[in-house]
Design a protein around this ligand. Structure first.
Ligand SMILES: NC(=O)c1ccc[n+]([C@@H]2O[C@H](COP(=O)([O-])OP(=O)(O)OC[C@H]3O[C@@H](n4cnc5c(N)ncnc54)[C@H](OP(=O)(O)O)[C@@H]3O)[C@@H](O)[C@H]2O)c1
Length: 376
């Protein structure tokens, strides 16, 4: 391994994110800039970045970032050094950082305790607990997305990990099974023992089944909610809305048992409702609750988004860490199916703005867009 330089190239936002407008050319606001190599703090690991994922969340979060911060949540690379001793130089790892959101979303954010920079850089500081060992035979660019896996994991609201045994035949509905969060949610649900039903893009029915869905329906199927309600015998009490768009929450709501239940969503009410067809449907049954969590709380901070506070729940950091150990084991045991992905033909930090533009104009097309950063 070559010596680590004191100044490293990173993609940096050169205006306040609030000034970014929907049609703005991202090349005007994101520049590759040399920044000082970050100092390592307690329980942090310095990773030489080899591959990152670019998705719609990176774009959406740009508007929440401060000037001078670096976007990017997912990371795969090689450990340079670790302050906790948990990782050794040369370990191949994948994991998650908080994508430059720290000082804007997290109450009492302590710059000295956590990095405010994302993964779109040659080197990144990663919380030691949010790294997972990558098997030698898995290339960096095929590393699972820890970000979407953690968003999915939180949506289950497990009180322990491993979770208490799921009773045989218990149903879960995952709407938006073909989103990056949905594919992770399907796999978790299947591996812990749920009977999994999903609604997803018609193109991805087989993929969702390969990931563990027992039944997959095109979300455009007429009366899909009533089909699900009938097949579950009006017993569905838990759903994860992994896309929170179009009719996804209303489908989960209408499929839910008349005795009530819980729907976990991935967008807050304001954003979700703006994208839903009919909010009035979501108010009819007071026994159905709609909840949401944010992965930033896993880092121990209260977070405020759209005026709503999200608090870390007791033990959730520890449970998430244990879950990531299971994710690593599932990968070794080949039980975890990597999400479909496209590897960008361009490589390096310079390719990232173009990759973000591509996601903005074409969407992710049901695949994670991966950009190789360093030589592998
Ligand atoms: N809370 C968080 O921290 C967090 C983190 C990451 C992502 N998210 C959110 O998670 C959602 C998914 O993100 P993504 O990047 O995976 O999205 P994506 O790549 O755009 O995937 C969306 C997928 O869901 C399908 N879909 C669209 N509308 C649907 C509906 N009504 N019912 C069922 N399936 C539907 C789409 O199929 P078609 O293309 O055929 O329509 C597509 O396959 C987004 O809303 C994102 O903002 C939240």
């Amino acid at each position: 391994m070559v010596a680590v330089p004191a100044m490293i190239p990173a993609l940096v936002l050169n205006v306040s994110g609030k000034l970014i407008t929907p049609g703005m050319d991202l090349r005007e606001v994101l520049k590759v800039t040399k920044v000082p190599l970050p100092d390592l703090l307690e329980r942090e690991t310095l990773v030489e970045v080899k591959a990152v994922a670019v998705d719609s969340t990176d774009l959406a979060c740009l508007q929440l970032q401060k000037k001078g911060t670096t976007p990017g949540f997912d990371i795969a690379g090689v450990v340079v050094r670790s302050s906790s001793g948990a990782w050794r130089k040369g370990d191949r790892v994948f994991g998650m950082v908080i994508g430059g959101l720290g000082s804007t979303l997290m109450h009492g954010y302590d710059r000295k305790r956590h990095s405010n920079s994302g993964s779109f850089s040659n080197y990144a500081r990663v919380h030691t607990d949010f790294l997972v060992r990558l098997p030698d035979e898995v290339p960096f660019e095929a590393a699972p997305s820890v970000f979407s896996a953690l968003v999915a994991f939180q949506a289950f609201n497990f009180h322990a990990w491993p979770p208490t045994k799921i009773s045989k035949g218990k149903w879960i509905l995952i709407t938006g099974g073909s989103s990056i969060v949905g594919m992770s949610a399907i796999q978790i649900a299947h591996l812990v023992g749920y009977n999994v039903i999903t609604t997803c893009s018609g193109e991805h029915l087989d993929e969702c089944k390969a990931m563990g869905a027992d039944f997959a329906f095109d979300y455009k199927t007429p009366q899909v909610d009533q089909i699900i309600k009938a097949m579950t015998g009006d017993s569905l009490s838990f759903a994860i809305d992994a896309v929170s768009r179009g009719n996804s929450t209303t489908t989960a709501y209408k499929a839910m048992s008349s005795a009530g239940g819980t729907i976990s969503t991935v967008l807050p009410r304001e954003e979700r409702i703006a994208l839903q067809l009919d909010d009035s449907e979501l108010k009819k049954n007071s026994r159905i609750s709609i909840e949401m969590k944010l992965p930033t709380t896993l880092f121990g901070y209260d977070t405020v988004w759209h005026g709503v506070d999200y608090y870390p729940s007791p033990g959730e950091h520890h449970r998430a860490q244990r879950f990531l150990t299971s994710l690593g084991d599932w990968l070794w045991q080949k039980k975890w199916v990597p999400l479909p992905q496209t590897v960008d033909q361009e490589e390096g930090i310079d390719a990232l703005v173009h990759a973000m533009e591509r996601v903005r104009t074409r969407g992710t097309e049901g695949k994670t867009l991966v950009v190789k950063i360093g030589k592998t």
